[in-house]
Design a protein around this ligand. Structure first.
Ligand code: ATP
Length: 386
């Protein structure tokens, strides 16, 4: 976010008035079609279940077609504000972070003196009463969203939609996801949400099949229009660069889940290297939780003092772990299993040649690097990572 000079950050409220969710359309439309299996009593989503060859919905648990009609089930979690639990006190936990951005659009635009186009981004928790959570952290009831709403002049929305589709695709590649495991899924007529003019999911090929990790949506002026109508506050933008023209901006939204991205990154990185009897998480360095490990070959004070110095030198720039327990082979395996790109080993030769061994996680290649060139060598390797 801070790398883009056209995007501001925000941290909006989690509990929001029911009026906000009436305006957004969530009270009316944010539903999943819920079906019960009469045979095994399982409950499932009609839109995610398979049909048999006669076109009848099958229970995902027992494959019975003896199932109820679909009923619409609202996914928002409700609670009450204040002492009285009546409908006037009903509020909702946000099912998406986007609406917190829309209701703050004017505050942000005016306090930052932004001209269009510009974006507002937010990372934060969202809550959905999912009927069928599962597939590890793919679908949970409490999850972290990473959303950005980009406000543009009407008529420029299609151009910006293309821009953000490409930018988000490139970002997914930049965190190391294999391009053969990524695809766009355009929403067809029947699939489009109530607010959308166009929508594309970015899907990843998980072990359980292709599934959405992010959505890029053209939401038009639907959201600001509805919030303006329900709040009776003028949300028009005054375009000082275009004869003070007044209009409601169109919105291009990029909406990703941190948890699903994490799961994609894990599935993408996991490899069983049978030839070398090891399990490796081949994380791209940008997402590896630990970037470097420093491993003194023995606990002798002479080696530890070199290792300590390297640790302190690198601590400011990289998340680094110090490990001096167990055989060196075991320590390499530990780091491979958590996806650390490089290990630095201090051995007895280091005392004489003032150099250490740098070991690459993926190739297992080891090279000797003198201590005074170590920082540059590592910076270079991260910069030119393949
Ligand atoms: P699905 O069809 O899988 O329920 P959705 O189309 O409802 O997903 P969006 O409303 O577009 O999802 O939400 C944007 C992003 O938030 C998704 O791409 C996903 O990464 C994340 N997300 C949505 N629901 C969940 C959930 N229950 N658990 C984890 N992440 C989620």
């Amino acid at each position: 976010m801070t790398l883009r000079d056209d995007v501001e950050g925000i941290d909006a409220a989690i509990l929001m008035a029911s009026k906000v969710w009436e305006a957004s359309g969530h009270v009316e439309n944010f539903t999943d079609p819920l079906v019960d299996c009469r045979n095994c009593k399982a409950r499932f989503r009609a839109d995610k279940a398979e049909k048999n060859k006669d076109g009848k919905l099958m229970c995902p648990e027992c494959e019975s077609t003896n199932v109820t009609e679909a009923r619409n089930f609202n996914l928002m979690f409700k609670t009450f504000m204040g002492a009285v639990e009546d409908s006037a006190a009903t509020i909702f936990l946000r099912p998406e972070t986007a609406q917190g951005i829309y209701v703050n659009f004017h505050n942000v635009q005016q306090s930052t003196r932004r001209h269009l186009p510009f974006g507002i981004a937010q990372i934060g928790k969202a809550f959905r009463n999912e009927i069928t959570p599962g597939n590890f952290i793919f679908r949970t009831r409490e999850f972290e969203q990473m959303e950005m709403q980009y406000f543009v002049r009407p008529g420029e929305d299609e151009k910006w939609m293309e821009f953000w589709k490409q930018a988000r695709w490139d970002w997914q590649l930049s965190i190391g996801l294999d391009k053969n495991k990524l695809r766009f899924h355009p929403h067809g007529e029947g699939e489009l949400a109530h607010y959308a003019k166009a929508a594309f999911d970015i899907e990843f090929e998980f072990p359980f099949g292709w599934s959405e990790i992010e959505g890029v949506h053209n939401r038009t002026d639907f959201d600001l229009g509805r919030h303006q109508q329900f709040s009776k506050k003028n949300l028009q933008y005054v375009d000082l660069l275009n004869n003070n023209e007044k209009y409601l901006p169109y919105i291009i939204e990029t909406s990703a889940g941190a948890d699903r991205t994490m799961l994609a990154v894990l599935c993408n990185a996991y490899q069983e290297d049978k030839a070398n009897e090891r399990v490796v998480l081949k994380f791209h360095p940008s997402v590896a939780p630990i970037k470097l490990a420093i491993l003194p070959l023995s606990k002798k004070p002479e080696l530890e003092s070199i290792a300590d110095k390297v640790f302190k030198d690198f601590q400011q720039s990289y998340k680094i772990q110090y490990d001096d327990s167990g055989s060196i082979g075991k320590r390499y395996r530990r780091q491979e299993e958590i996806g650390t790109p490089f290990c630095i080993t201090v051995d007895f030769d280091s005392l004489n040649d003032q150099a250490v061994t740098l070991r690459h996680r993926d190739t297992m290649v080891q090279e000797r690097v003198s201590l005074d060139k170590l920082k540059n060598a590592i910076d270079d390797k991260f910069k030119n990572w393949k």
